[in-house]
Structure formats: structure tokens, C-alpha cells
Design a protein around this ligand. Structure first.
Ligand code: CTP
Ligand code: MN
Ligand code: MN
Ligand code: MN
Length: 381
């Protein structure tokens, strides 16, 4: 007899973008473990294993109930083989030996720490590890080798490690809006990334900027950034011009820019009193010290990504910058393999009909792809 759970298990679609993945789910013990295996594979630049574990994680996050046995896992996409063994060990004994071994592995710990620095990717961290670097102090003694970005990352390490809260994200939004509206009253600013998916905290704050009149966008972000800089609110930024892409809607906007910044977010007036009133809350000692230092200096460093998009591409940019990263990767894989269409943050190209498909909303993009619409809060794959 097929229980409703069994039906759900056996009918779960294989692509992440074909199903809902809410923020809160029922299998975090399993996904926490598999995410460590995925990260270890990522550190070893083993793309295939990384993707395998990541797909299993995303399947389990979509499952609307708690998995009871490894036997049940065999019905689920991407949960066989190695993943099934991990699932079985955890469901039967509470822990997986392989995962515990990785967690206590010196190289894994160092890679975790070093890749946590802004501007440091896997390859750099790996090289540093081979050179004997294990922690931030080791790095400070070799400062000459660091790029400007990495030095900045090290300088603001503590602040950037501390998750950005939604309240902080909203204050960043206010700053960004103030700066942009100064130069263009009708500009549209949307918070994207994890916060648009309903996350309560994130590692940065992402914004998408557009205007119905394309020419109003020329130089706009640059002006806003310079204004913020003159107020001492920008600690660091680098800009990436958009590469020339042969896309549908607007060749005018080629060379359009993305700014990756670190802002100095002023402390809110209520923050002071919060700490005075409840000094004995459950914040860990180190985090408390970090908070106190921020209050005494009057600001904290926050990463902020700013993207400009022409209005005609806005739905594609919105879809592309809302994430999650895995959801995006799966959308693109689905488009190409199942629909012979090429999707990116600028547009959707039908390789068989040889044309671009314009869209006025995210819903329309899902329609083009023959997919049921998935709302941002269900894209937490
Ligand atoms: N993104 C992108 N190009 C980049 C960086 C990011 O298209 N150079 C996209 C990612 O694919 C993702 C979105 O921007 O869809 C947000 O990325 P990011 O801020 O890294 O992740 P979040 O999901 O916002 O997670 P967090 O809350 O930790 O910031
Ligand atoms: Mn983000
Ligand atoms: Mn980002
Ligand atoms: Mn374009």
C-alpha cells in the first residue's frame, strides 16, 4: 500500500527548480552532515562529488517530512550510493564517522577558516595551506603577499564573520536608497539574495537597481558610490564591468556594472541601550566582545553587492540574483538539458528557435521554461 509519504518520495522531481525548497525543513541533521561532505569536496576541487552531495542536500530540504530510514532514501533523487550510507549511519547511530573525521581534520579546518576571508577562494587557501599557513596570525606575518581585497578582508574579518541581521539589512537598504534617490528620483531598488528568500540573516546584502528609462542608469551607481564614499560609509569596493554578452534586449547596457562593496554601517541608536539593558543574554563571549567593539567605534563592516540592470532585463536579473546558488545552477541546467534554452541574468535564449524570449516578470520566465512558478521563499535549495 502506498502511503502519502511514499507517493511524495517516489514522485519527487529530480531538478531542484521543479519543486519547493522552504527555508525551514525536516531533515537538518542529515543535511548538516551532507553539507560538510559537500564542502570538503569543494575544498578538494572535486566538482562532481560536490554537486552530488549538494543535490542530495537539496532533495532532503524539499522533503515535507522527516526521513525515517535509509530504505526510504532509495526512492529519492540523488540520495543513493555514498549519500545513502551517510543517511543510514546517521539515522541508525546519530553520527556519521566520515563526517566526524572531516570535522576534526586539520586541513579542512584551515580551509574553512581561510576561505572565510573576503577575497580568498579555494585555490588561494589551498596554496597557503601548503605553505604552512593555518590561521589568521600566520597570514598577518606574510601580509606582503596579500591582494588589496584580501588585506581588507583580514582587516574587517570579525565584522564580516558576524551574520548580517534583517534589521541591519534594512538599514543598509535605507542608506543605499538615500544615496541613489539623490541622483535619480525614480530609480527602483530591490533587495535580492537570501533576504528576498526570507532568510533572517545573511553574509551580505544584495541589491538590484533599475530604471524604466535606461539612460537614467548611466553613471548612476558610480555617483551613488562616490557620495557614500564622501560620507565615509564605504570602506572598500571593486567594480566589475559587464562583459560583452550577445543578449536580447539591450546592447546599450553592455559594460554595465556590479559593485562589490564593504560598507561602514552606523550603529543604530537602539543598539547601545540594547547591550546596556541586557548584558547577560545568551550571546557567546566572543560575539559579545565583537558587538561591544562595534558600538564603541559606532559602526560595523557589512558586505553589500549592488547590481545595475536595464529595465528590459530586470526579471531575468531578479531571478538570477535571488538565488540560492544551487537553485540558479539547477534552473540553468534544466533550461539547457530539458528545453534547449540558455538562461542567464540577462535573458533566455531558445537555441532551437534561435531567438530571445522577453519577460515582464519572474512568473513569465517560469512559464517560458514550462515550470510551475516557485516563489522566492521556496528557492532555498
Ligand atoms: N550571484 C551572481 N554573481 C555573482 C555573485 C552572486 O549571480 N558574482 C548570485 C548568486 O548566484 C545568488 C545571488 O547572486 O543567486 C546571491 O548571492 P550571495 O549573496 O552570494 O548568496 P545569498 O543567497 O544571498 O546568501 P547570503 O544570505 O549568505 O548572502
Ligand atoms: Mn547575499
Ligand atoms: Mn552577494
Ligand atoms: Mn542587455
Amino acid at each position: 500500500l502506498a502511503t502519502p509519504e511514499k507517493v511524495l518520495r517516489t514522485q519527487m522531481p529530480s531538478y531542484t527548480c521543479q519543486r519547493r525548497t522552504p527555508l525551514n525543513h525536516h531533515n537538518s541533521t542529515l543535511t548538516d552532515a551532507l553539507e560538510i561532505l559537500a564542502r570538503a569536496a569543494f575544498f578538494q576541487s572535486s566538482e562532481v562529488r560536490y554537486l552530488g552531495f549538494t543535490r542530495a542536500v537539496s532533495t532532503l530540504k524539499s522533503l515535507p517530512f522527516k526521513l525515517q530510514s535509509a530504505e526510504e532514501a532509495k526512492d529519492l533523487p540523488w540520495c543513493g550510493g555514498h549519500c545513502k550510507t551517510v543517511i543510514q549511519e546517521i539515522l541508525e547511530g546519530g553520527v556519521c564517522r566520515e563526517v566526524e573525521t572531516i570535522k576534526s581534520n586539520e586541513q579542512y579546518q584551515a580551509m574553512q577558516l581561510l576561505t572565510g576571508i573576503y577575497g580568498v577562494g579555494v585555490r588561494t587557501a589551498e596554496r597557503w595551506y601548503q605553505e604552512g599557513i593555518r590561521n589568521l596570525n600566520d597570514l598577518k606575518n606574510t601580509e606582503s603577499k596579500l591582494t588589496v581585497e584580501q588585506r581588507t578582508g583580514l582587516q574587517y574579518y570579525k565584522d564580516l564573520q558576524q551574520p548580517v541581521t534583517r534589521e541591519e539589512a534594512e538599514r543598509v537598504e535605507q542608506l543605499v536608497k538615500d544615496a541613489l534617490l539623490r541622483f535619480s528620483p525614480d530609480v527602483q531598488i530591490t533587495m535580492t539574495g537570501g533576504f528576498r528568500r526570507g532568510k533572517l540573516e545573511g553574509h551580505d546584502v544584495d541589491f538590484l537597481i533599475t530604471h524604466t528609462n535606461e539612460s537614467a542608469l548611466t553613471g548612476l551607481l558610480e555617483n551613488a558610490i562616490n557620495w557614500l564614499k564622501s560620507k565615509g560609509l564605504i570602506l572598500y569596493y571593486h567594480m566589475k564591468k559587464r562583459k560583452h554578452t550577445s543578449h536580447a534586449v539591450s546592447s546599450l547596457m553592455d559594460g554595465h556594472e556590479t559593485y562589490y562593496t564593504i560598507c561602514a554601517l552606523p550603529s543604530s541608536s537602539s543598539q547601545n541601550t540594547d547591550l546596556e539593558v541586557k548584558p547577560h543574554n545568551f550571546v557567546a563571549a566572543e560575539q559579545m566582545a565583537c558587538l561591544k567593539s562595534q558600538i564603541s567605534k559606532g559602526w560595523r563592516a557589512v558586505r553589500v553587492d549592488l547590481v545595475v540592470t536595464p529595465h528590459a532585463e530586470y526579471p531575468y536579473a531578479l531571478l538570477g540574483w535571488t538565488g540560492s546558488k544551487h537553485f540558479e545552477r539547477e534552473l540553468r541546467r534544466f533550461s539547457l538539458h530539458e528545453k534547449k534554452m540558455s538562461l542567464n541574468s540577462h535573458g533566455l535564449y531558445d537555441t532551437e528557435k534561435r531567438c530571445y524570449l522577453p519577460a515582464h516578470s519572474e512568473e513569465e520566465i517560469f512559464k517560458h521554461l514550462g515550470l510551475t512558478y516557485i516563489s522566492p521563499s521556496d528557492r532555498n535549495a
